[in-house]
Design a protein around this ligand. Structure first.
Ligand code: DGY
Length: 391
């Protein structure tokens, strides 16, 4: 639909909007450019809150027009791409959309732009009879029932590659921090305990020249491996797929059990699947060196949190660094948070401004291609195209 027609649809004065904003039973639509600068209560506000307006008169859809549901506020670059693809509805709050609201909003959606916090399952698909494309702003798709989407001929877009290096940077940051006891060092200084230099204070484990075990040598695992080469590390890996290309460069394949016994530092960078759920249980930790560290940059449920707590308390392993937890967010009372040798950050792997913008843009392009019936730039279930054609 041409932009002029779209703006006409939303044409009204700011004052009228302010009145409508107080209305209770409302729909939220993406703000047309002439109204940017107003927040939901009608006053100028900070960027993060200024994406959406609340407009009772806005149609849920217009015939022939795509209705796109976006579950979190996005960078402007991605929003302007979506603006031209249909009527865009954005969940305006700074927290994941409640399930009930999501199910309600997808009822007449043609496209869903979702986050890793939104479960896209059979129930959601049943609630969204007009849905033609799902696009998640993440590389991981464990929150999406890909088989169910494929069966419905719905291609699912995701965001590989654009976040690889940034996530590998964070993985290496965490590995170093765990090995060199950075959390304990910060606690020590902030707690006022630092009186003098001590020859035996907070001695950690070496990183350079040691063995790094990478569980899942995919895009991010390989990028971590490249960083490890700069630290003169020996690299071993385990996983579903052999990487002959990397083995030629000196990276050795091992079984998971062998890797645990050999590695000074273990990096989890495999997808969460039924096979990897709680892969790190007590038996796994028993096989690790007492001086080893564990870093999880992938998905929380790959590690059984109670087994990890046991391993860190009893000295089965030396330290852990977690970018992801089970559940997320980790409850504030979780015993892992009290362990000085456990460092937890809130799923920040891809969290740089440039990378999140690139992810949002790629996710927007995926959605737009899917709505146009074209192949997605990055599709997680290409079989969906075949299913669509077979109809
Ligand atoms: C992903 O994209 O799956 C990451 O976990 C996001 O940071």
């Amino acid at each position: 639909m041409p932009c002029s027609q779209k703006s006409q649809m939303y044409e009204t004065t700011s004052a009228a909007y302010r009145d409508q904003l107080r209305h209770d039973d409302v729909h939220r639509v993406h703000r047309p450019s002439h109204l940017r600068g107003l927040v939901a209560d009608g006053v100028p506000g900070p960027d993060s809150a200024s994406r959406c307006i609340v407009h009772p008169a806005a149609p849920r859809y217009a015939p022939g027009m795509n209705r796109i549901v976006v579950t979190r506020t996005l960078p402007d670059a991605a929003m302007s791409l979506l603006d031209d693809a249909g009527t865009v509805w954005v969940w305006p709050q700074d927290r994941p959309i409640p399930r009930e609201a999501l199910l309600r909003e997808v009822a007449d959606a043609s496209g869903l732009f979702s986050m890793l916090t939104d479960d896209v399952d059979q129930e959601l698909l049943d609630a969204a009879p007009a849905l033609r494309t799902v696009s998640t702003m993440a590389v991981g798709t464990d929150n999406i029932d890909l088989a169910a989407c494929t069966a419905r001929g719905i291609p699912v877009g995701h965001t590989p590659d654009v976040l690889t290096e940034t996530t590998a940077d964070m993985a290496f940051t965490l590995l170093l921090a765990a090995a060199r006891r950075v959390r304990e060092g910060i606690d020590y200084v902030v707690g006022g305990q630092w009186r003098r230099w001590e020859p035996n204070l907070l001695l950690g484990c070496e990183v350079h020249g040691t063995t790094l075990g990478i569980v899942g040598l995919g895009r991010i695992g390989s990028a971590v491996g490249r960083r490890a080469l700069g630290f003169d590390m020996r690299i071993v890996y385990s996983g579903r797929r052999r990487r002959a290309d990397l083995e030629d460069l000196g990276v050795s394949y091992m079984t998971f059990e062998e890797l645990l016994g050999e590695s000074d530092h273990v990096m989890i960078s495999c997808p969460l699947t039924p096979e990897t759920h709680h892969l790190f249980d007590r038996d796994a930790f028993r096989l690790m060196k007492p001086t080893a560290t564990l870093t999880n940059i992938a998905r929380g449920p790959i590690v059984d949190p109670r087994a990890l707590e046991w391993a860190l308390r009893t000295g089965e392993i030396a330290a852990a660094a977690l970018d992801v937890t089970e559940p997320e967010p980790i409850p504030s009372g979780d015993p892992l948070l009290d362990l000085p040798n456990c460092l937890v950050v809130p799923h920040l792997g891809s969290a740089t401004t440039r990378t999140r913008e690139a992810m949002a843009r790629l996710a927007a392009k995926n959605l737009i291609a899917g709505l146009a019936g074209e192949p997605l730039p990055a599709c997680a279930n290409p079989d969906a195209y075949l299913r669509r054609q077979a109809r």
